[in-house]
Design a protein around this ligand. Structure first.
Ligand code: ADP
Ligand code: MG
Length: 318
């Protein structure tokens, strides 16, 4: 388990990370999501013991990354944003090198074969790293993080620069790793994090602005909720009926399915359940509801809300 408590990192006057706390457990993929410059890499470098914090603590299975660095680091596999590359080694030689460096005691041949299989690089094990595609290089990077079978895997933007097929493969690999490890995976791409992760920690300007199960995040901290409806009947009639319901703040037709059936996007005030009112109003108007779904805000909308820049009273960001 990874426990991050009150992490702060300042560079001169810049607060790259200000008071970040969260935990990550084995069996979960934690998405570390934030726009560029949010402080993701800084945090990950500190967790992995590559960078010292200005204040705060990181423990891995109870071992402090500073005070018990040896024990803590043994339990972490790390793929940094810019991994050191050993262009002139073959894949297998590189993994053997990492095996030696990490002083792993698991049976070497078997262990490395298992990792290469899991990462889908067994077929290229005798090729020079310099000749590999970006996708394969990135998988080799994940493979070296797995050497020694550490319980915690930290991957800093592992899908950057990959083509769509490679991205899909990498996501599947990460998801798979989450079964047996605590995986912390950073990205600035919302759709990717929501597709892969069980939990999302959203970071913005060095601060955590959300820490929620993926399916819950769209419902948080928002004053507006949303119903998605499919209704049969004249659009103007439907919109007028919906608008008359207590608590409804905004009605928009989002799509036309055919001449007489449309989808509607109904925003309403949080803490008001408008569903019964919607049913009655549409029933009175003679417009059957074909589908009704409570949807919260879209993840994109939530992400933009959460990470919108705030300006201090001294002017300027942060
Ligand atoms: P992310 O990985 O989310 O894109 P980073 O952790 O790389 O963000 O950066 C967070 C902030 O810290 C940024 O404003 C960045 O410019 C600043 N920063 C990162 N590294 C340094 C450094 N070595 N010196 C000064 N500022 C830095
Ligand atoms: Mg980064």
């Amino acid at each position: 388990m990874v426990e991050v408590k009150n992490l702060v990192k300042t560079y001169g006057k810049i607060n790259a990370v200000s008071d970040i706390s969260f935990t990550a457990n084995v069996g979960e993929v934690l998405g570390f999501l934030g726009p560029n410059g949010a402080g993701k890499s800084t945090t990950m470098n500190i967790i992995a013991g590559y960078l010292s914090a200005t204040s705060g603590t990181v423990t891995i299975d109870g071992f402090d990354i500073v005070d018990d660095a040896m024990e803590a680091k043994k339990r972490i596999g790390y793929l940094p944003e810019m991994p050191p590359v050993y262009q002139d080694m073959t894949v297998i030689k590189y993994l053997e090198f990492m095996y030696g460096l990490k002083k792993v005691t698991l049976p070497k041949e078997e262990h490395l074969a298992e990792i290469m299989k899991l990462c889908g690089i067994d077929v290229i094990k005798n090729r020079l790293i310099r000749n590999l595609s970006k996708g394969f290089k990135q998988r080799v990077g994940v493979a070296q993080a797995l050497v020694g079978n550490p319980p915690v895997i930290i991957l800093d933007e592992p899908t950057v620069g990959l083509d769509p097929k490679q991205i899909i493969d990498m996501r599947a690999l990460i998801k798979n790793l989450g079964k047996k490890h605590a995986v912390i995976f950073s990205s600035h791409v919302l759709s990717e994090v929501s597709a892969v992760c069980d939990r999302i920690v959203v970071i913005s300007q060095g601060k955590i602005v959300a820490d929620e199960a993926t399916d819950k995040i769209a419902y948080m901290k928002s004053d507006e909720m949303r119903l998605l409806l499919t209704v049969e009947g004249n659009s103007a009639t439907v919109i007028s009926a919906l608008s008359s319901v207590d608590g409804v703040t905004k009605v928009r037709r989002s799509d036309r399915q055919n001449d007489n059936v449309c989808d509607y996007n109904v925003e309403y005030k949080k803490d008001v359940d408008v569903r019964a009112g919607v049913f009655r109003a549409l029933s009175k108007a003679g417009c059957p509801i074909l589908q009704m779904k409570d949807a919260g805000l879209s993840l994109e909308e939530m992400f933009l809300k959460l990470t919108a820049p705030t300006y201090s009273d001294k002017g300027g960001k942060r």
